[in-house]
Design a protein around this ligand. Sequence first.
Ligand code: C5P
Length: 404
Amino acid sequence: MDLKGKHIVLGLTGGIACYKSAEFCRGLIKEGATVQVVMTQAAGEFITPVTMQALSGRPVFDSQWDARAPNNMAHIGLSRDADAIVVAPCSADFMAKLAQGRADDLLSLMCLARPAASVPLLLAPAMNREMWIHPATQRNLALLKADGATLFDVGNGEQACGETGDGRMLEPQELLQDLIAFFQPKRMAGHHVLVTAGPTFEAIDPVRGITNRSSGKMGFAIARAAREAGAEVSLIAGPVGLPTPRGVTRIDVTSAQEMFDATLAQADQASVFFATAAVADWRPATAADRKIKKDGSGDIAAMEFVENPDILAAMAQLPRARSGHLFCVGFAAESHDLLAHASAKRLRKGVPVLVGNIGPATFGQDDNALLIIDAQGTQEMPRNNKMALARALIENIAMRLEKS
Ligand code: C5P
């Protein structure tokens, strides 16, 4: 329920992407928002008000002459209590209209009449690629940004007209993620956050290996929360099937050594490092290049192991970290005596903050509970979903960064 308590005016203008707005509207409701749909006449050619009413649970407004508004001023009444007006899809024509401050239909009238300081305007452009790259559209885009509107990206790919390129509206889930991010305080703006996440896989032979049950969910949630807070984010992910959070740069790796190399290669740019990955402590000394076969004797093949490099300890030892330019946060997944083990680990790794959690209670789960340990003491973050915990953790770390 990431939009609980938010009231969104969802504006639809004429474009085939209106079919995505139905799902977007459902997504808004599922996230706890209340939604007032306002449609232009052209939008009504693509999707009916009946559909949007059923999904939003409120009658749709589509005319400035609608007599339902008690004072007959729907353009004022509907926008005053909104937390945002989101126009999705926003056609090229509607962008032109807004850029000029024209107001000859209810939606454009509302956009112009809204209290701009308290009701942000967010636009999700949707159009053919030629229309999108046309200098007139790009000029309008710049004007709208200068006037304070927030422009969502456009997607790239096959378009309804059969052409391929930039200009399609983002998918409903992408829009939803971007809108949720819009409402988060930008407490990490200017920071470059580096996150390791997921398990590693240490090859035994071409078909087998050693790994663990880390799902990567906590690390991915932290990457998303850091991005929402305005940071530039690089996510170094072990083998997991999770989707990349919006706006995050992802580098996929397999083994601990690869994760180590990829992380250290980014260290110079990073100002915050979250080591959430469950890195394998050891790897087979050599990985066989052919599948190891049973020989029928009943003897088990002996295997030698070597220790993997400790990514977190190595990062914490860098001059950048020691001089306070790279803030390192470690994690500890324990099965018992969390406080004692995690406190010892914080000192051993040489990091200012270590976050403890109970391994079996978090691996693969959607929720978790955290124990934040620093030199001063501990702070509990009670059981909650991983996204909520990630946001709280980002806020906690942002506060430390602001103080230092
Ligand atoms: O020593 P242990 O694996 O319990 O430490 C956990 C913390 O250290 C986590 O933050 C984990 O991401 C990090 N770590 C690492 N490289 C390793 C082992 C652990 O970065 N080789």
